[in-house]
Design a protein around this ligand. Sequence first.
Ligand SMILES: C[S@@+](CC[C@H](N)C(=O)[O-])C[C@H]1O[C@@H](n2cnc3c(N)ncnc32)[C@H](O)[C@@H]1O
Length: 232
Amino acid sequence: MNSSSFNAEEHKKMLQSYFNGQGFQRWASIYGNDKLSTVRSTVRQGHAVMMDKAFEWLQKTGLKKGAFVLDAGCGTGLFSIRLAKSGYRVKSADIAAQMVNKTKEDAEKAGVAGNIEFEVNSIESVSGSYDAVVCFDVLIHYPAEGFAQAFSNLSSLTKGPMIFTYAPYNNILAFQHWIGGFFPKKERRTTIQMIRDEEMQRVLGKLGLTVVSRQKISFGFYHTMLMHVERR
Ligand SMILES: C[S@@+](CC[C@H](N)C(=O)[O-])C[C@H]1O[C@@H](n2cnc3c(N)ncnc32)[C@H](O)[C@@H]1O
């Protein structure tokens, strides 16, 4: 999809319908304890490595217990529940009601639902004021133009740290993305949209954000760039 053909509303509807249906089953099993194929287990493991690093970075920012954190595109709630268990207050927002319901169910089981506000909402529309914003493996589904819009909304919701992932553009990743089409249909990844470095610099510059840390996480079929940015 090139940026001139990008339609924000249609894109949102497509993601919502995917993550409320087939995508819910797929990602709930990757983020859960089901037995997985080799390809998907590398995604589960890579995602766990990313979350551990993100949690470490968030704690290093000195965010106090009781601080309010937005987990935008919370999925099945893995990070939200981890935050709540560590004494943070959390808003868990996701465009897919199925995902929010699963987060709530698991938070109740973990005894931390009282520390979490659950909301079915998109990263473009979620509002409020937070001490930190996290957004993992959501922006990877946005082409440059949509990325800038959604990212701009998220960054307006905090004066503190923003920790998120995106898919950086590089030839190897582009190649893997391309050969992804040769995998059996059931093994294909959700479409990943890659952001060029220049585009990322442009978006951060426009919003007055500066990079504190950046780390590429690559594990089997899981590839992402984890980034921590703050206001200058
Ligand atoms: C690959 S999952 C990642 C879930 C979670 N952040 C994690 O890392 O465990 C992507 C999630 O983003 C959500 N999502 C996709 N587009 C979204 C949007 N525009 N606004 C909010 N959530 C969105 C999906 O419903 C799905 O739960």
